[in-house]
Structure formats: structure tokens, C-alpha cells
Design a binder for this molecule. Structure first.
Ligand code: DQA
Length: 146
């Protein structure tokens, strides 16, 4: 196993900072990546932060995380969270632990966000803490809770 933690971000998260800031806050994905890198490197881990708007790319990256022996995956699949059986199957197909991450708390939002296929396969879910959700999820990996 390597010390690399993949942080995979799905659709529309490239617009973080501009996109509905009243829901998602004003940090960009690069701001979040910078903080995660500092947090990880202080604990002897490395972050590999990625974003795609394409569902199949997330599937491929989950397979890659497994093949390369990543320590864990933090996955904010955006709206694919609520629709993608392919992501659930990919999470179940690999042995790398996947932590589900959301800035908002989808369970308190529209009903169509209440189902999480990602959550059905994830070892843990961290949601509703804004950008800090990523840092909390990373800390669980660093602390060996996952
Ligand atoms: C999100 C929540 C999802 O419901 C939404 O589709 C997103 C962002 C979040 O981080 O709060 O794109 O994953």
C-alpha cells in the first residue's frame, strides 16, 4: 500500500467558489487542495486531487486507486452520488476504502438528494461541514479510523 490518498471530485465541482456560494462556500477546489496537501504531508501522506465532469472517469480513477494501492479515496461525486449505480459497483469492486464527502448536507436538501449510491459502498460519510468536510474526512484516514 502507498501513502497516497486520492481525492476525487465529480461534476460541477470545478466551479467551486463561484457556484452557489450560499450553499457551497467561497473556497475553490485549489484552495481545498492546498490545505489538504499541507495536512497530509505533515502526517507523511500525499494527496492526489482530481476533478472530472464525467461519470466513467470517476469509475476509471477508482479502479486506478485500487491497482496502485492507494491508502484511501475521498470521493465527492457531486450529483452522481444520487444517480450512479456504476459508482456503487466500482466502490464495491475495489478493496481501497472510499470515504464519501459532501460540502453541503444532501439529506437536508431536496428529496432527490436523499439517496446516496456512493454512501451504500463507502466506509464513512462526512457531509455538511462546507470545505472542512474534506479535512475531516482526511483526518479520519490519517488517524487510522479508516
Ligand atoms: C455535493 C452535494 C450534491 O448533492 C450536489 O449534486 C453537488 C455537491 C456537495 O458537496 O455538497 O454537486 O456533492
Amino acid at each position: 500500500m502507498t501513502n497516497t490518498i486520492l481525492v476525487l471530485n465529480g461534476p460541477n465541482l470545478n466551479l467551486l467558489g463561484l457556484r452557489e456560494p450560499e450553499i457551497y462556500g467561497s473556497d475553490t477546489l485549489d484552495d481545498i487542495a492546498g490545505r489538504l496537501e499541507d495536512q497530509a504531508s505533515a502526517a507523511g501522506f500525499a494527496i492526489d486531487m482530481r476533478q472530472t465532469n464525467h461519470e466513467g472517469m470517476l469509475v476509471d480513477w477508482l479502479h486506478e486507486a485500487n491497482a496502485e494501492g492507494a491508502r484511501a479515496v475521498l470521493l465527492n461525486a457531486g450529483a452522481y452520488t444520487h444517480t450512479s449505480i456504476a459508482l456503487l459497483d466500482a466502490i464495491r469492486a475495489i478493496t481501497v476504502p472510499v470515504v464519501e464527502v459532501h460540502l453541503s448536507d444532501p439529506k437536508t436538501r431536496e428529496e432527490f438528494r436523499h439517496t446516496s449510491y456512493v454512501g451504500m459502498g463507502a466506509v464513512k460519510t462526512v457531509e455538511g461541514h462546507g470545505a472542512k468536510s474534506y479535512e475531516i474526512a482526511l483526518q479520519h484516514v490519517i488517524d487510522g479510523d479508516i
